[in-house]
Design a protein around this ligand. Structure first.
Ligand code: ZN
Length: 211
């Protein structure tokens, strides 16, 4: 069971306080090859300020001036007003805001938004968010860790981009062989990915399949 906590949080953008409900971390025993928690569990908990509509993992985290400017901008205001799904608005809003300063975090929000859309029958928007996750991860220039590589690889496969997925998996194989023992979960997942890519399988698969 997850525990819901209510906290009073002061927003780093507008300085006002709002009540935020936070789901205390809960153990999810299985997840997709892209990191998606099993059974509709939220991918990334998000807070939204009820005053200025800043959205982030923690509203109290200090923000640079570029973020404050963006939250108060007409662009963000108009985008916010045009959204109909309040949860998706928080996740995509957090992505838009994070993209002002931190593409790695923005990419993660897009992935969480993709998961939400998949669970709520919005396949086009899911695909769009997953593409943005890939693009922003690349654009960040950040070197992915092995744990970050596997969701990236899985997202290529889930989007049906098998040629790119095959090329990346081929690059990962010798690296993983150096880094991990043969029975290590990373190598098992990579083997499963290679099999799925060769089979042209673009369906979600779970980590439990290799455990
Ligand atoms: Zn605020």
């Amino acid at each position: 069971m997850s525990r819901i906590l209510t906290l009073s949080v002061r927003c780093a953008v507008c300085g006002q306080t709002s009540e935020q409900t936070v789901t205390a971390s809960r153990y999810v025993p299985d997840h997709g090859l892209d990191g998606k928690p099993a059974g509709n569990a939220p991918g990334m908990p998000v807070m939204e300020c009820s005053h200025c509509h800043h959205a982030a993992a923690d509203l109290a985290d200090p923000v640079p001036e570029t973020v404050r400017t963006y939250v108060y901008s007409d662009g963000y205001r108009h985008w916010y007003a045009s959204q109909t799904d309040p949860i998706l608005r928080q996740l995509e809003g957090a992505a838009l805001i994070a993209a002002q300063t931190d593409l790695v975090t923005a990419a993660r929000w897009h992935l969480a938004a993709a998961w939400y859309c998949e669970d709520h029958a919005m396949p086009d928007r899911a695909e769009q968010n997953r593409r943005q996750y890939l693009e922003m991860t690349l654009a960040s220039g950040c070197k992915l860790t092995p744990d970050g590589m596997l969701p990236y690889l899985d997202s290529l496969r889930l989007l049906g981009r098998f040629e790119e997925a095959r090329a990346l998996a081929g690059q990962l194989q010798p690296a993983f062989a150096r880094l991990f023992e043969e029975q290590d979960i990373h190598r098992k997942i990579l083997q499963l990915e290679l099999h799925l890519i060769e089979s042209g399988d673009a369906a979600p698969h779970m980590v439990s399949e290799v455990m």
